[in-house]
Every structure is written in structure tokens, then in C-alpha cells.
Design a protein around this ligand. Structure first.
Ligand SMILES: O=c1ccn([C@@H]2O[C@H](COP(=O)(O)O)[C@@H](O)[C@H]2O)c(=O)[nH]1
Length: 230
């Protein structure tokens, strides 16, 4: 699969979401991210419906619980034929390992969220009281994820070269916090343009509002793909 632009489907209702998807040609098999907002409302039937329509699915549930609970949840999700699933790396070594065990036998890639892209250096130091430079914290969590069986991480594009160096070039770096030059940054702190993310080595970018809230979502997606694939 070529490096995808993953569209974050953060819609308040499924009708709005399907209208959005209907702008795209039928044979355009998009890579879609279903996050907490839509999953909490529509659950697994919504995921199954989109899989049956042929879309690739990144299920962004950011699991974070004791190892036994996460393992049992992953065993269930392993049957759903989704392409990617997230847990929080801060759940620790045993939890990451348990998540991977739970996904055994499925093709679902396990991605560990490092430092949310909505948190910058100031929030890390003042709110979370983490006495590390952001890039060192992200690299530390990426190594933890790598050593405990995750297939990759979620980070900002800015940390990708450091993560690849600390783990492996094959360790997936999927990066949200993507903003084309003209887009509003909103609540994101560690951002990069699609072209910058590409040059830093991201394996996939995740883009939500710059596409889903654009006047012409399909055109916005095409523009981002063009910049990403250049
Ligand atoms: O660190 C993270 C982890 C996940 N996300 C998710 O990605 C999208 C980004 O949406 P935008 O509208 O492009 O900001 C969103 O669904 C987040 O939940 C993230 O942004 N950062």
C-alpha cells in the first residue's frame, strides 16, 4: 500500500458523515479514521458498514487500561478486520504487550500514541510535570512501544526522524497534527504541512478538519494528496 492520507471522520452524525463520503468517487477506497466521537455514538455496526463498503479503517480508540482489560478488548477488535488500532503508550510495557497478544492472528497494526499532538513543551512541563524535552519524551515512549511489540506509533511528524533512528526504519510513524499552510491550527500544537511530514519520513498522515470542514472536502483531500505525494 502506498503511504496513505488517512481522513479523520470526526462528525457529529452519521448522515453528515455519509454525505461527506458520497463526494468521493465510488472506486476511491479511502483510508478512514474512526475516533471516539463517532465510535461512542455508532459503535461497531458503523465500523462494519464502512469496512463492507471497502474502506480501510484506522480505529482510533486510544485504549488505556490495565493489561487484562486491554488484552480482552483487543481480542474482540481482532475479529473486526480493521487495519490499525491505537493504545496509549503511557499504559506501559505490560499493557502494550497485552494489546499485541490480544490482536494475535489478525492483520490489525497496533499503534501506540506517544505525546498527543495537542500538547506542546509547555503543557508537558507545566501540566503533566514531565521533566523531559518533548522530543525526548516522545522518543522514549516510541522505544517502549517498539520493545513491547507495537507496530508503530502516533506522534507529530516533527519527531519522526528521531523515532526511526531510535527504533527501526520499518517502525510505523503515523502522524496527525497536519496542517496545510493556509489551514487553521486550532487545538493542535505540534504541526507540520503534508510536504514537511513527507520529507521527515512519516508513513501516513492523519487529516481531519482541513478536509472535513472544507467547503469542498474532496478538493481539499486531493490538494493534500498532491502535496503529500509530490
Ligand atoms: O496525538 C494525536 C492523536 C490523535 N489525533 C487524532 O487525529 C485527528 C486529527 O484531526 P484534525 O482535525 O486534523 O486536527 C483527530 O481525530 C484526533 O483525535 C491527534 O490529532 N493527535
Amino acid at each position: 500500500m502506498s503511504k496513505p492520507v488517512i481522513v479523520a471522520l470526526d462528525f457529529a452524525d452519521d448522515f453528515e458523515c455519509i454525505n461527506f463520503l458520497n463526494q468521493f468517487p465510488k472506486d476511491d477506497k479511502l483510508f478512514l479514521k474512526i475516533g471516539l466521537e463517532m465510535f461512542c455514538q455508532f459503535g461497531y455496526p458503523f465500523v462494519r458498514n464502512l469496512r463492507e463498503r471497502g474502506y480501510n479503517i484506522f480505529l482510533d480508540l486510544k485504549l488505556h487500561d490495565i493489561p487484562n482489560t486491554v488484552k480482552r478488548t483487543c481480542e474482540m477488535i481482532a475479529q473486526w478486520d480493521v487495519q490499525m488500532l491505537t493504545v496509549h503508550a503511557t499504559g506501559g510495557a505490560e499493557m502494550i504487550e497485552a494489546a499485541k497478544k490480544g490482536l494475535d492472528g489478525s492483520a490489525t497494526k497496533l499503534l501506540a500514541v506517544t505525546q498527543l499532538t495537542s500538547l506542546g513543551q509547555t503543557e508537558l512541563a507545566n501540566e503533566l510535570q514531565v521533566p523531559l524535552k518533548s522530543q525526548d519524551y516522545v522518543t522514549h515512549l516510541a522505544k517502549l512501544a517498539y520493545q513491547n511489540g507495537a507496530d508503530g506509533v502516533i506522534s507529530s511528524a516533527l519527531e519522526v526522524p528521531l523515532i526511526k533512528e531510535a527504533t527501526s526504519t520499518n517502525f510505523l510513524c503515523v502522524t496527525p497534527g497536519i496542517r496545510p499552510k493556509s489551514a487553521q491550527v486550532g487545538d493542535q500544537k505540534r504541526v507540520a504541512t503534508p510536504a514537511h511530514a513527507r520529507s521527515l519520513g512519516s508513513d501516513a498522515i492523519v487529516v481531519g478538519r482541513p478536509i472535513t470542514q472544507a467547503a469542498d472536502g474532496h478538493q481539499a483531500y486531493m490538494n493534500i494528496c498532491k502535496e503529500w505525494n509530490k
